[in-house]
Design a protein around this ligand. Structure first.
Ligand SMILES: NC(=O)c1ccc[n+]([C@@H]2O[C@H](COP(=O)([O-])OP(=O)(O)OC[C@H]3O[C@@H](n4cnc5c(N)ncnc54)[C@H](O)[C@@H]3O)[C@@H](O)[C@H]2O)c1
Length: 338
């Protein structure tokens, strides 16, 4: 794919110190874009200065919260492309603190859209939607026409934010795209907690010899997609006008049994003890039994398909953390602005 048009493009990444944001940043820097990262450095999320240590001198960093309109008013203008990754990302957190979730995921999006609609030209906005918008599928594989019945507050607000995005796109003729991500894993994901990024969390357990706790029999299924493939999907969407005002699923298209994923981790790390416990009630009520997406739309429209199979992706992830796990387990200090 020819990404030469990204050279010198002014790119803003919200949530830019996190897993997906920082991975997009690395690729944009490599392609010669001028990259600004905006991140609130909020706990317990995946921001980590180590995620950008190789490119720290080539990016501008601004510490700021997307819930604050004035932060976006001062940061967003003069950018050509915005990757909006900042979010409250915990499903259980969203149930415990729904207002936080509304503020980060809905208000944050509306502030961004309100700032952008007054800009000429309007920057292209790429949003990270979620499989959580769908809830328990009625039919498999799930495609973009599948009804949305989220089972938690996070899913509802990710869905609402996507609808605001599409509404502004249509009413104000703005270039917007939503990529609904499946279970993303790989280098630069947080390794300190299991409330999201479960594959990485289990790998952290295996590496530090903490038992890997599987709820129930681990028979639920998921669609795991490797970070490099996700970055590629965002970049294709960013340079393709045909993606504007469209929603796409981004997944491997492979339905994987949860326990098989865990066994692949133990295999790649070379150690790891699996223990089984009953589903906690709070989790069972919001858990999804089976999930896999169809990638036909993104394949036909953008020519994107996931290239990395689960075994290769897990092995690459294990290689990454072998040398740097400590940077993901130690307390963090946010970088200074600039
Ligand atoms: N990782 C996945 O499997 C997955 C799946 C579906 C959707 N997504 C979406 O992808 C996006 C990125 O997720 P991630 O996995 O990189 O998570 P992450 O926790 O690694 O990154 C999120 C970043 O956003 C920042 N942030 C949170 N709230 C903020 C706020 N109010 N203002 C400014 N910054 C804030 C955090 O400090 C963090 O650095 C999110 O929108 C998430 O909902 C992720």
């Amino acid at each position: 794919m020819d990404y030469s048009q990204l050279k010198n493009k002014r790119v803003l990444i919200t949530g830019g110190l996190g897993f997906i944001g920082s991975s997009i940043a690395h690729k944009c820097v490599e392609l010669g874009a001028q990259v600004t990262l905006l991140d609130g450095c909020l706990e317990p999320y995946g921001w980590n200065p180590y995620n950008i240590h190789e490119i720290r001198d080539q990016v501008r960093f601004i510490k700021g919260d997307v819930r604050d309109r004035s932060v976006l008013e001062s940061t967003v203008p003069d950018h050509d492309i915005i990757f909006h990754m900042a979010a409250q990302v915990g499903r259980e957190i969203s149930m415990e603190d729904p207002i936080l979730d509304v503020e980060a995921n809905c208000h944050g999006m509306i502030h961004l859209l309100e700032v952008c609609r007054n800009l000429s030209p309007c920057p292209k906005i790429l949003y990270a939607g979620s499989r959580g918008q769908i809830g328990e599928p009625i039919t498999l594989p799930v495609d973009e026409s599948h009804p949305e019945n989220p089972t938690d507050i996070y899913g509802i607000n990710k869905m609402a934010a996507e609808r605001y995005l599409m509404l502004y796109g249509k009413v104000y003729d703005m270039p917007v795209v939503s990529l609904r991500l499946n279970n993303v894993y790989g280098p630069r994901c947080q390794m300190h907690a299991g409330f999201y990024g479960i594959l990485n969390w289990f790998m952290s357990n295996a590496m530090t010899e903490i038992p890997i706790t599987v709820y129930g029999e681990g028979s639920q299924t998921r669609d795991y997609v490797y970070i490099d493939d996700v970055v590629e999907a965002f970049l294709r969407a960013a340079i393709s006008p045909v993606a504007n005002q469209e929603v796409f699923f981004v997944g491997s298209g492979v339905e994987t049994i949860f326990l098989d994923m865990v066994k692949e981790i133990v295999r790649a790390v070379g150690k790891g003890e699996i223990t089984y416990i009953p589903f906690p009630e709070s989790r069972e009520k919001i858990d999804i039994k089976r999930f896999v997406v169809s990638t036909a739309k993104i394949q036909n429209t953008l020519g994107w398909t996931a290239k990395t199979n689960l075994r290769e992706g897990i092995e690459a992830t294990a290689r990454y953390y072998k040398d740097c796990l400590k940077h993901y387990l130690e307390p963090k200090t946010s970088p200074s602005d600039g």
